[in-house]
Design a protein around this ligand. Sequence first.
Ligand SMILES: [Fe+2]
Ligand SMILES: [Fe+2]
Length: 226
Amino acid sequence: MTYLKQVLYNLEKNPKALFCLQKANANLKAWGYTEHGIRHAKITSQRAMYILRKLHYPEEDVYLAGIAGFLHDIGNLVSRYNHEVSSAFLALDMLKEMGVEFNDIIKIMSAIGAHEDDHFLDIPDPIAASLIIADKSDVHRSRVQNNDINTFDIHDRVNYAVEKDQLIVDNSNSKPTIVIDLKINTNFSSIIEYFEIFLHRMKMCKRSAEAINCEFALIINNQRMV
Ligand SMILES: [Fe+2]
Ligand SMILES: [Fe+2]
């Protein structure tokens, strides 16, 4: 059993980590963004681990992805811009203090740093790939922080419209498929609006799936889009 399982367990209760996530989310709420707090951290962590577990990666990689998933957005407490970099360095301090081995911290920093990218760099490793897919798959009504539906922007509308977001690793074929299965209520947002804001993220998911030798499928309202 890897010691990283205990690290993740401790991290989820670590007051500094939780404070960072709360502050990052408070900033994002003030800037009009959707939820990026403890809920998103846990979902990203769990989904990244689910992907690597289903693909039979070593337990160490599974928990490294879980830790990276939990901390990937804490840098938003510094700034939205380049938050993948600030998240990685905040994680460095926190994980050092928790006694995580240097080589493991480096792998976590690398994955966190890769989770946002406007330049289409190659996905560095499976830990980063699983983190990216897990992060981008979390689109859901419960992420909308604006309580006034009349002032919704496109991000609020699209997230509010998503009533189901399921991530599935389908192992039934020789080449596994990573599926994001969404149910979008078109009373709140059109499918086109979804693509308007999520096209880049879906491209990142496709490239991440390829990096771990998987197909990628996006299903919206029972129709395969990608
Ligand atoms: Fe992020
Ligand atoms: Fe995120």
